[in-house]
Ligand binder design. Structure first.
Ligand SMILES: Nc1ncnc2c1ncn2[C@@H]1O[C@H](COP(=O)(O)OP(=O)(O)O)[C@@H](O)[C@H]1O
Ligand SMILES: [Mg+2]
Length: 227
């Protein structure tokens, strides 16, 4: 097993049906085949406390209480996920791949939820408490293509609270994710999510491999043994 001194935190962001979950699985497989210890997780959820809140959020049960309430619930779930799962894993040198994270809150609650930016920023600060992703891959595609894929996805005949919103809202989110990538070009990378699955997977792997140590105190024999 290749061990890292400190783990690597990679988040997957973008609209519905962009291929986040598909690519997360493929990246986990590729990294494990190279000998790395990988933890895959998702938001909202990822820890027992946060999974309990996930249902409330995605069923729409909290929608009638307003977007501030929803935003605080997302932050509560994120805080639990960070402290119970993400931070301890990173401290052990594990690579953590997370399906949606803080940028989804910036976009869904901040931009298309019309919440004040200062409120969203305050919640983010409390929720992540310094655990900022080392790399965020933003899967970009026209909202109509993503929604069509999401609708065709097996077992997805009941769109969740967010999937069922207007196309215009989804397009606004696409722009908001691209805006985040422009502002934080060190952390974020945008991938053209209309490409074939394998082409995207190769690109995502290269974006993450660029952050992994090569030969500087790391045991590379495990990498060589499996290649
Ligand atoms: N690059 C791609 N091209 C075509 N279809 C894709 C691609 N990536 C994923 N899909 C399909 O689109 C649907 C949504 O993908 P998924 O990974 O669940 O998206 P997300 O997690 O971003 O909502 C799935 O049925 C998946 O098999
Ligand atoms: Mg998904």
């Amino acid at each position: 097993m290749v061990s890292l001194k400190k783990g690597l935190f990679v988040t997957f962001e973008g609209g519905e049906g962009a291929g986040k979950s598909t690519q997360l699985r493929l990246l986990a497989d590729s990294l494990r085949a190279r000998g790395y210890e990988v933890l895959t997780t998702r938001e909202p959820g990822g820890s027992p406390g946060a999974e309990a809140v996930r249902h409330v959020l995605l069923s729409g049960a909290a929608e009638s209480f307003g977007v501030r309430m929803e935003a605080i619930l997302f932050a509560a779930a994120r805080s639990d996920h960070v402290e119970e799962v993400i931070r301890p894993s990173l401290d052990k040198g594990i690579i953590v791949l997370c399906d949606r994270f803080m940028d989804s809150s910036r976009v869904y609650q901040g931009i298309t939820g019309n919440l004040e930016q200062s409120f969203v920023e305050s919640l983010e600060r409390v929720a992540i408490d310094g655990v900022v992703p080392d790399r965020t891959v933003i899967f970009d595609l026209p909202a109509s293509v993503g929604l069509e894929r999401a609708q065709r996805r097996a077992g997805d005949d009941n769109p969740d609270r967010f999937e069922k919103e207007q196309l215009e809202t989804h397009e606004k989110r696409r722009d908001a994710f691209l805006d985040i990538a422009r502002r934080d070009s060190e952390r974020c990378r945008v991938v053209d999510a209309t490409q074939p699955v394998e082409a995207i997977a190769a690109e995502v792997l290269s974006l993450v491999e660029a952050l992994l140590p090569h030969g500087d105190g790391t045991d590379t024999s495990a990498e060589e043994a499996v290649s």
